[in-house]
Design a protein around this ligand. Structure first.
Ligand code: DX5
Ligand code: ZN
Length: 218
C-alpha cells in the first residue's frame, strides 16, 4: 500500500499544530517537511526549531526534505528536533556517502533526492546504503507546480535497480502529485507520495487524502 505524505509547505504556518493534526486525522501516513535555505533553492522556509514544535502534535513519522547547501552542518540539529527521515539532495552533496552515513549515525533513516534532470545512475554505488530515494517531479523550491512526466521512467529505473540490491528501498515522489499523477507514479513503482497543494489547498483534508489514495490504488 502506498504511503501519503502531506507537505506542510502548503499549509497555514500560523496554525501548523492544527494542520498537522488534521492531516493525521485525515489518514496521512507521514508528514513531509520542506526545508529551504534560499541558496540551493530560491526560497526560504523553516529550520529545526519548527520541526521540534511540530513533533509533539503527531505520532506520524516526520519526513524532512533538506533543500539546502552543506546539509552536513544541520543534519544533527534536524535529527535531534525529531526528524525520523532525513533526505539530502545529491546535487548539494560532494561527499554523498559520508552524508548518508552521518544521517544514520544521528539515528534517522537516510534518503537521497534527485532533481528532475539528475539521472538515477548517480545512486548506483550507494544504493544498498539508502533507506529512501526521493525523485523530484518538479524543480524544487515551490509548491503548486506542474508535474514533469519525463521523471516517470526514472521511477521504474530506480525500482528495477533496487529490486536486486535493496528491495525494501522506499521510492518517494514529490511535486505536482494529485489523484491522476498519484495513479501514474504508483503504477511505476513509487511507494511514498508527497502532496502539498492537493491536500492543504483543499478544504476537506480527509477527502483530499482519500482521493489521492484512491488514485494510487486504482
Ligand atoms: C517542492 C517541495 C514539495 C512541495 C510540493 O520544492 O519539495 O514538497 O511542497 O508541493 P505540491 O504538491 O503542491 O507540488
Ligand atoms: Zn519536498
Amino acid at each position: 500500500m502506498v504511503k501519503i505524505a502531506p507537505s506542510i509547505l502548503s499549509s497555514d504556518f500560523s496554525r501548523l499544530d492544527r494542520e498537522v493534526v488534521e492531516a493525521e486525522r485525515g489518514g496521512a501516513d507521514w508528514i513531509h517537511v520542506d526545508v529551504m535555505d534560499g541558496r540551493f533553492v530560491p526560497n526560504i522556509t523553516i529550520g529545526p526549531r519548527i520541526v521540534e514544535s511540530i513533533r509533539p502534535h503527531t505520532t506520524l513519522p516526520l519526513d524532512v526534505h533538506l533543500m539546502i547547501e552543506e546539509p552536513d552542518r544541520y543534519i544533527p540539529a534536524f535529527a535531534k528536533s525529531g526528524a525520523d527521515w532525513i533526505s539530502v539532495h545529491q546535487e548539494a552533496c560532494p561527499h554523498l556517502h559520508r552524508t548518508v552515513h552521518l544521517i544514520k549515525e544521528q539515528g534517522a533513516r537516510a534518503g537521497v533526492v534527485l532533481n528532475p534532470a539528475t539521472p538515477a545512475s548517480v545512486l548506483e554505488p550507494i544504493l544498498p546504503d539508502l533507506d529512501l530515494v526521493l525523485l523530484m517531479t518538479v524543480n524544487p523550491g515551490f509548491g503548486g507546480q506542474e508535474f514533469i512526466p519525463g521523471v516517470l521512467d526514472k521511477i521504474r529505473e530506480v525500482r528495477e535497480r533496487a529490486d536486486n540490491r535493496n528491495p525494501d528501498l522506499e521510492i518517494e515522489v514529490d511535486g505536482g502529485i494529485n489523484p491522476e499523477t498519484a495513479a501514474q507514479t504508483a503504477s511505476w513503482g513509487a511507494t511514498v507520495l508527497v502532496a502539498g497543494s492537493a491536500v492543504f489547498g483543499k478544504e476537506d483534508r480527509r477527502e483530499a487524502i482519500q482521493a489521492i489514495r484512491k488514485g494510487a490504488e486504482a
